[in-house]
Design a protein around this ligand. Sequence first.
Ligand SMILES: [Zn+2]
Length: 434
Amino acid sequence: MKIQFHRGLEQIGGCITEISTETSRVFIDMGRNLPGCGEKMTPEQETTMVENIFASNPKEHEAVVYTHAHEDHVGLFDEVPENVPQYLGEGGKLILLTKYKLLKKRDEQLLKKELETSHSLYEGSGEVYDRLLARLSQFHTWERSKSPKPFRIGDIQITPFFNCHSIYDSYMFLIEAEGKRIWHMGDFRKHGYLGKRLFDVLRIYARNIDVLITEGTMLGRSDECVHESVISNKMANVMQAFKYVFVLASSTDIERLAAIKEATKKAHKSLYVCSSMTREMMRLFTERESRISKGLFDFHPHFYREGSSLEPMMKKGFVMVVGTGVMERVQELSAKLPEEETLLIYSSWDGYYKDPEQIKVNPSYQLFRSLFHNVVDIHTSGHADRKTIEEVVRIVNPRKAVVCIHKEKGLSLESLNLSEEIKKKIVNEKTVSL
Ligand SMILES: [Zn+2]
């Protein structure tokens, strides 16, 4: 059995890990590089890279299995050869289908406008989304479940276990073949509503592991992450102090949306959204998770659209979840509100507006902040802090090796407070043979 890290040992995101036996191989994630992390690639270079990966070490049975639906893990799915099956959690697949359907619709509407005004020819950009949707619809899925249900690719057996991360429906895997056992953590954290059982699950299922693969996004940061419920309480406090509150957050982060919703309730305000993406994601989460979460993931926001009456919102105040994609609508609305009574809660990674490289790639987060006189940052990471990674390594305590991917260049698990015995097992090589 062989593990190959095509990408990810020295960069956050863009991870591609190959696990192979004599007859079979699976890739865990086929991610696109995040802006500012790893080598910048053109679409043509990406195509060639994936072609080369599939051309070498071919096996009779092959598949790609995704940990979750973030772009830096699933972004290159369209480059995967058509005859190679792809697997993703059912919820993750639904997120991607919803996303591309809406993007296609928005694209068509923009195109309509464009045709009306400039008589430009239809370039067929809708076809791109049709293709992505067609490929996605063929994805194999598994359901989120409390009891593990494995599936097989040739002689490799994979068991998904759901974990807590900043996107709905994220997983870690037990991978077994030729008598060896690998545990892949995916992207994870403990400090969210869904992270409570992380250590218990590892103690029960991550036994006799030969190789542990963990993420290390937060290795370079020493601070301990606060729990999602603390974020919610902080939000509730400031929501009481301002009449009109906008919250900039990711529409696919079910736990952050729950934190915002709970805070809104505590502040006796009404929850609004103004983007179809956020509305549809909330609908999806409510449909699938409301009952099982005892209402935590139950969302019934008001929808504010162009031309909606402002009167009830002006009178009672509101909380509106927004993304950078609806900047124009928010700008229009916030211009009608008294500046001193309006607040933006910035609930995303601060690097988007602090890091010059990030601003260069995407200035919209910084621009969004500049629309508001009052801004407060309330956020906690979607990734495990150092203490949590330490505890994961201690619990799994692999026999042969522990490998850290999804980490900044130059960082290492060596900097963690681990025993000398475990430190000897830290490996940072592109290939690990078992
Ligand atoms: Zn992620």
